[in-house]
Design a protein around this ligand. Structure first.
Ligand SMILES: Cc1cc2nc3c(=O)[nH]c(=O)nc-3n(C[C@H](O)[C@H](O)[C@H](O)COP(=O)(O)O)c2cc1C
Length: 212
């Protein structure tokens, strides 16, 4: 049975571009996989606690060596790790915040990037390498090749590096919706058509990916 793990992390709800696009992917994927499992985690609304020493140490020690604090620390990380391992497809909705990813998503990565998932030798297989990963980003501006802010994109390259170190880059697709601030910032009004086209293209892409 295929399983989809869908994670959103925007602090916005109804106005969120990432949420609106990941929702379309999830809806179409579920229609195409009637027998599939679906897990939704909204870490924008319910953030994952930051990693702490107890969880880090628990991840390095065998369970029989754990003290109570390690059990407590691991009890936060374990469900997140299990959800990720159980998924065949990981869907991430990722707004650009200060040229990078929201801190709540970083907190999730800090919990699931455990030694069992690490690809220590590039190109070798790991526990997560069979999975498909779809990353839907939304950016207020544009960071496309050839744009003035291309080199300010620390979101997609950073995510690619993070995903690569746990083997989630083997079947990885990025879908970008750009210039989203054109609809709320008067100075960017002229870019509304670019924003609309970018969003439409992103929606078209996720529909295609969900059906594949
Ligand atoms: C805290 C914060 C930081 C942001 N930083 C950037 C940024 O560095 N570059 C950018 O292009 N847009 C930035 N934006 C705009 C968001 O990327 C944009 O509104 C995007 O659509 C957010 O995703 P969402 O629509 O799913 O909420 C920022 C927005 C917030 C709330």
């Amino acid at each position: 049975m295929p399983n989809l793990l869908h994670i959103d992390c925007s602090v916005r709800r109804d106005e969120s571009v990432t949420r609106s696009i990941t929702a379309v992917f999830a809806e179409e994927w579920r229609a195409a996989h009637a027998d599939g499992g679906y897990v939704y985690r909204d870490i924008g609304a319910a953030p994952v606690p930051h990693i702490d020493e107890a969880a880090v140490v628990a991840g390095l020690l065998p369970p029989e060596a754990w003290a109570d604090e390690h059990r407590v620390g691991w009890s936060v990380s374990e469900p997140l790790i299990e959800e990720l391992r159980a998924a065949d497809t990981l869907l991430l909705g990722v707004p650009m915040y200060n040229f990078s990813i929201p801190s709540v998503l970083k907190a999730w990565f800090d919990r699931v990037t455990v030694k069992e998932h690490m690809i220590t030798v590039p190109g070798t297989e790991g526990l997560l390498t069979d999975k498909r990963t779809i990353v839907v980003t939304a950016r207020g501006g544009s960071y496309a090749p050839g744009t003035p802010r291309e080199s300010f994109d620390f979101q997609a390259p950073y995510l690619r590096a993070l995903l690569e170190q746990i083997g989630l880059d083997r079947h990885l697709e990025f879908v970008h919706a750009e210039m989203t601030l054109a609809h709320s910032v008067p100075a960017l009004e002229q870019f509304k058509p670019i924003a609309d086209t970018s969003r439409e293209e992103a929606l078209e892409t996720v529909r295609r990916l969900a059906a594949a």
